[in-house]
Design a protein around this ligand. Sequence first.
Ligand SMILES: Nc1ncnc2c1ncn2[C@@H]1O[C@H](COP(=O)(O)OP(=O)(O)OP(=O)(O)O)[C@@H](O)[C@H]1O
Ligand SMILES: [Mg+2]
Length: 294
Amino acid sequence: MSDSTAAVSATPPELADVAPEVAEAVAPDREIAVEVGDNIMEIKNLTMKFGGLVALDDVSFNIKRGEILGLIGPNGAGKTTCFNAMTGVYKPTSGDVLLEGESLKGVKQHKITRRGLARTFQNIRLFGEMTALENVVVGLDARHRTSVIGALLRLPRHTREEKSAVERGMALLEFVGIADHAGTLSRHLPYGHQRRLEIARALATDPKVLCLDEPAAGFNPAEKEELMVLIRRIRADGYTVLLIEHDMRLVMGVTDRIVVLEFGKKLADDTPVAIRNDPRVVAAYLGEPDDEPA
Ligand SMILES: Nc1ncnc2c1ncn2[C@@H]1O[C@H](COP(=O)(O)OP(=O)(O)OP(=O)(O)O)[C@@H](O)[C@H]1O
Ligand SMILES: [Mg+2]
């Protein structure tokens, strides 16, 4: 990956023709608050088979500390499977995933979360009968080891930790922009707020790497714009972000680098500009152009 500040200040000539939205969306917030460079995660030859179906086929890529890495590809390309194999939802058929140099092989899902890998789900998974704040406090629990039941019953030995959990939970709701709805049952929240709440809950686990699976699904353009701002803020706060997203404007505008999957295989791994101009990627999305008429 190229140094992104350099990419902004010294625009190479071939970038001059890039559609304005890319530069306009990326330029203002390109400062990276943490050191970028070393690999925080390594995905090594990851393969995931479901019976005869190879959903992920020998996929390898790295995630660098402090970057926003996009993971794109047509429907069914294996993006969510990749998240699931990384975060312990699925046991990979073969290959390995390293977080800060340590293998996650055989590590249980909750322990992977505790090691610093958090994710949101393509289909929102919140506790509908809990308030927004409670959903976040439950997320905090993964790191802070508070007994949820103890916290909910307000047993004395939990009081101190519970208070800080509530304070932290409120701060996270503030951060994602839904603090006004802290007391609302999550199933009563508007859809966009539920997506934000999922992000807050994932952030509550204090992750090193945050994996977002189509966080803008169902969003209107204004909501997508706000989400881009939020994702940049998350990175500016020192998190590394892996983003699955179909919306090209959002992906191109917010990521530093993009990995493309097609039919479970890695098709490309490059800067947004290079990906946008890669004929293989265009073909993967739009289909190969028909041959000349017979
Ligand atoms: N648990 C499973 N059992 C069987 N097949 C599965 C399972 N999970 C995913 N698949 C299959 O693996 C392939 C990849 O699916 P995946 O959900 O990872 O795609 P995706 O890139 O996330 O697509 P989308 O953009 O539609 O979300 C698909 O053919 C899917 O049907
Ligand atoms: Mg998916």
